[in-house]
Design a protein around this ligand. Structure first.
Ligand SMILES: Nc1ncnc2c1ncn2[C@@H]1O[C@H](COP(=O)(O)OP(=O)(O)OP(=O)(O)O)[C@@H](O)[C@H]1O
Length: 707
């Protein structure tokens, strides 16, 4: 490299380039110095571990338990002794009666207390003269005894001819006394040593018998939170005391042991027990009703296992407490299933539907009552409603028109039994269902105009999943909506009309709806039903919608039924079912009739009506020519209102056309190519069109005959 060349990099270190690469060896990282654990932390951990250990707990439990037995037992024995010697017991019972507002009993206890005090005073007065009497008595007793002994001694001396025998009996007595003194001297030591232990064992036994120890320290089988423990007065009183109602707590505390005086007898009632509680003054029944969950938990039950109702007696609540878990047991099959000969009577009969909570059969009269059943989805609404309809179907005079707006086949067995059967969820089905209910209105109006005394067969219109109808957005040709709750809403208005006037002429509407809201179940419609039934619901406001305020204020709580677990359990507000006096509703566990069994029962109902019922709307039992009949009733008028055509048809043949709805008429006319049309805003049937349709049909008929 020449001197005038400036190198742009340093000369490589000749040593470095020639040196071999260094050999790397893995050196383990020096172990991290663990943080010192403070002595007190370690000690604390050890102590906490030892304290939490199951064995330690067990030992603590046993020690506290037995210690408490002794203390509690001593307290109980002392109290008994105190009660026995003083008027404390009478005073306590007097206070309890006063706290419970039972002044009659209070007067009686006061009287007894007074008597006790007078007698005690007399006894004390007697005690003042007792020592003198005692000394006198002792002197007389000793003198007499000595005299008798000397007399025996004299007799003995004469018999033995030995004068010393005179004192022999006396000496024997002296000897006996000496022996007793010796015995006592010997036994005194051990008695003094054992006595306290015996006393301790005594009070321990009393404490144990009365379980006088904290709950947590008691053995598992005798803890009162054991759900299988029978309901005793003391459990009920304690549960009420701890309810969080201050005046109730105070009254019960004052009553002490006598708190049970508030309770009536605890009676077995179905799968539970029932007891009436007369509340002390100052405590309202509503306050207790409002604390159902707490009361249930205090009784070691779930909320749904305790029912609080109001019997007729004033200031009284009736508690029904289920045996733990009993409500989860299935009830037996329906009489509709077990008794194949069963028939129904719409007027006088009652549908055997299930069991009330007491285990008594629950039967519902359906006579002249509109019905509404509601609940969350999949809780057994359809099954419960269908069970009622199936029973009613066993009265062959009852006619059904059914619209199932779900259409999953739950009502398919009514095909051939109902005169109308609509099954499906679409707007088309809602339109048909609406027309079906309007048909009920037409029939109702016809019946209302009949001469007084005319007998009609019961006609039941049944709409399951009615919320679909209320929520339908479709409007008819006149712009009237099918759904909604306006004065122009067709389904709503038809349902209301039936509610208002159908009962008297036995045209009734049964509706099943889901998860009610003001929109899908308008107020006027829910309040038009005489029998209101609810399965499990989400909220109290829904319960009010389903059953009405009166029932909910009276304790009905379908919102407390457990969705999924209480399927088929309904709360009913109706005068068609026996409800205990003073209650506004009753809870019924319904018999479940599945779809296959329902089909069998429906077959029985069909067999009963053999040949009597018209099975489908269009399918008339009579051989009539509908188009010709329509033409006939039009007379000479060029346009007749569809409603008038229906009326005239009905008059022509009640059997064939009595059940026709505007929809049926429309269908027949449209099929013939002479559909009704609007004239001046109203639907009419044109004479011209019908005449043409008849002529065409006749032509076609003769052409096909010739062919
Ligand atoms: N009485 C009952 N006892 C026991 N289980 C029942 C009872 N009734 C219904 N179930 C059960 O609940 C399920 C749903 O019943 P159902 O179809 O009648 O309910 P739903 O409330 O009408 O449902 P949806 O949401 O479709 O309206 C049934 O398949 C059955 O398993």
């Amino acid at each position: 490299m020449t001197d005038n060349v400036v190198p742009l990099f340093k000369d490589p270190d000749p040593e470095q380039t020639s040196a071999p690469p260094p050999i790397l060896t893995a050196v383990p990282e020096p172990a991290k110095k663990s943080r010192p654990v403070w002595v007190f932390v370690r000690t604390r951990r050890t102590v906490v571990g030892a304290v939490k250990h199951e064995r330690t707990r067990q030992v603590a439990r046993v020690s506290v338990r037995h210690g408490s037995y002794v203390i509690g037992g001593t307290r109980i024995v002392a109290r008994r002794a105190w009660d026995g010697r003083t008027g404390a017991r009478y005073e306590r019972l007097l206070r309890a009666a006063e706290a419970a507002g039972n002044y009659e009993a209070a007067g009686e206890w006061e009287e007894r207390l007074h008597r006790f005090r007078t007698e005690r005073h007399k006894r004390r007065m007697d005690l003042l003269t007792a020592p003198e009497k005692l000394v006198k008595g002792a002197a007389y007793g000793a003198g007499g005894s000595i005299g008798v002994l000397i007399a025996i001694g004299i007799a003995l001396a004469i018999a033995n001819k030995d004068v010393t025998d005179v004192v022999t009996p006396l000496m024997a007595l002296v000897e006996l006394i000496r022996l007793l003194v010796t015995l006592i001297t010997i036994l005194w030591g051990p008695l003094v040593a054992i006595g306290p232990w015996l006393a301790l064992a005594g009070v321990w036994a009393v404490g144990r018998h009365r379980a006088a120890a904290p709950q947590w320290a008691l053995p598992a089988h005798s803890r009162s939170d054991d759900a299988s423990a029978p309901i005793t007065p003391s459990i009920v009183v304690t549960a009420l005391r701890d309810l969080g109602v201050a005046p109730l707590r105070k009254a019960i505390t004052e009553m002490g042991d006598a708190g049970a005086a508030m309770l009536g007898p605890i009676r077995i009632a179905g799968c539970g027990v029932e007891v009436d509680v007369t509340l002390p003054s100052g405590v309202s029944t509503q306050e207790v009703q409002g604390r159902r969950r707490k009361l249930a938990e205090n009784l070691a039950r779930h909320e749904h296992e305790v029912f609080i109702t109001l019997p007729t007696a004033a200031r009284t609540v009736r508690l029904w407490i289920a045996d733990s878990g009993a409500l989860d047991e299935p009830i037996g099959p329906s009489p509709l299933v077990t008794d194949e000969t069963l028939t129904a009577d719409y007027t006088k009969g009652k549908a055997p539907w299930g069991q009330d909570l007491r285990g008594d059969a629950a039967a519902l009269s359906l006579y002249q009552r509109h019905l509404l059943i509601t609940g969350l989805s999949n809780q057994g609404k359809t099954a419960a409603l269908r069970a009622l309809a199936l029973w009613l179907a066993l009265d062959k005079s009852v006619e059904f028109r059914v619209a199932d707006l779900k259409g999953a086949g739950d009502w398919a067995m009514f095909d051939g039994l109902a005169t109308v059967l609509i099954q499906g969820p679409t707007d088309e089905h809602v339109i048909e269902a609406t027309e079906m209910v309007e048909g009920l209105v037409a029939e109702m109006e016809r019946r209302l105009q009949a001469p007084p005394g005319t007998k009609f067969n019961p006609l039941i219109g049944l709409v399951d999943e009615a919320q679909v109808a209320f929520m339908c957005p479709v409007k008819d040709d006149d712009g009237r909506p099918y759904g909604g709750s306006k004065a122009t809403s067709r389904y709503f208005m038809a349902a209301r009309k039936v509610h208002n006037q159908g009962r008297a002429v036995d045209v009734l509407l049964y509706e099943g709806t889901q998860d009610p809201t003001d929109q899908n179940l308008p107020k006027l419609v829910r309040e038009g039903a005489h029998t209101r039934i609810s399965l499990a619901l989400g909220t109290e406001s829904q319960a009010r919608m389903a059953l009405g305020d009166k029932a909910v204020d009276g304790g009905a709580a379908p919102n407390l039924l457990r969705p999924g677990l209480d399927k088929g359990t309904v709360v009913v507000a109706s005068d068609g079912i026996k409800i205990p006096a003073g209650q506004a509703s009753i809870t019924v566990r319904t018999h479940y009739i599945d779809t296959e069994t329902a089909t069998v029962i429906a077959e029985r109902a069909k067999a009963l009506r053999d040949g009597v019922t018209t099975l489908h709307v269009i399918d008339s039992g009579e051989e009539r020519d509908a188009l010709a009949d329509i033409f006939g009733v039009l007379g000479d008028t060029p346009r007749v209102l569809t409603a008038d055509v229906l009326k005239r048809l009905s008059a022509l043949s009640e059997k064939t056309y009595g059940t026709w709805t505007p929809g049926d008429l429309k269908q027949v006319l449209e099929e013939a190519g002479a559909g009704p049309y609007k004239s001046d805003g109203r639907m009419v049937v044109g004479r011209e069109r019908v005449a043409r349709a008849l002529a065409n049909r006749d032509d076609e008929g003769s052409a096909s005959a010739e062919a």
